[in-house]
Ligand binder design. Structure first.
Ligand SMILES: [Mg+2]
Length: 242
């Protein structure tokens, strides 16, 4: 791709507001929906787990919430889980691009001669956001995973303009990964709504025990939730719009 996708998308699709707030149908209550983009400190940090819990918690509040996974690589389990949590949607409704190789989308697209089209991906995502009161968009892997030539998840998230939630895979190394991710998101001028600490194991080592407090202190960002291993619910209050 020789042209700048980001520049093209900003010229061609600049109608998207920086922060998407959509009025719900009256039947869904009175609070204003806030959609989020969910990234992780690494692949396997727990984005899908958090996103499905959040969608389920919002829907339990009577909110028309749904999850969206723009790209799946390898299996489609993330989309299956998000679709099931979204009131019984089909995986194809929440996942427009499914590449079969379990590698980054740029590489999978090259291997399958089916490169990701960023403009089509943005349009599909925005259409989905417009069709629900609140949408949780789960990114692929970490913040800078390449999607196509000259276009990565950070470009995609920037073009969407949603507030970002960072899921921290709570393990040794999470401090460094979290600080790098926070710096990178802030450099794009995006709002970081906060962090979610996802405990990856039942037993916590010293790093896992101390990470939360240190991350809070060093980033100045709120911890919106802490998910223990096997947890099947989420307190919804920190994620509700005003
Ligand atoms: Mg996932």
């Amino acid at each position: 791709m020789s042209c700048s996708v980001r520049a093209t998308s900003r010229r061609g699709l600049c109608w998207c507001p920086k922060r998407i707030r959509l009025d719900r149908p009256a039947a869904w209550g009175h609070r204003c929906g806030v959609s989020y983009f969910v990234t992780g400190t690494d692949t396997g940090a727990g984005k899908t787990r958090f996103s499905t819990l959040l969608v389920a918690a919002l829907r339990a509040e009577g909110i028309d919430a749904a999850g969206f996974k723009p790209v799946c690589c390898g299996d489609r389990d993330d989309a299956v889980q998000l679709a099931a949590a979204s009131g019984g949607l089909e995986p194809g409704q929440v996942n427009p691009v499914w590449l079969k190789a379990s590698v980054a989308p740029l590489v999978a697209g090259m291997l399958e001669n089916r490169p990701v089209d960023p403009i089509a991906l943005l349009m599909a995502t925005r259409d989905f956001i417009a069709s629900h009161a609140e949408v949780i968009v789960e990114g692929v892997g970490g913040w800078r995973v390449p999607l196509a030539d000259g276009y990565d998840m950070a470009d995609f998230a920037t073009d969407l303009g949603l507030p970002v939630i960072i899921v921290v895979g709570n393990r040794l190394g999470a401090l460094n990964h979290t600080l790098l991710t926070v710096d990178a998101i802030r450099s794009r001028g995006l709002e970081i709504a906060g962090l979610v600490i996802n405990h990856l194991a039942d037993e916590l080592d010293t790093a896992a025990i101390t990470n939360k407090g240190i991350i809070e202190r060093l980033t100045g960002l709120p911890i919106l939730a802490e998910i223990i291993h096997g947890q099947d619910f989420l307190e919804v209050e920190p994620f509700l719009g005003s």
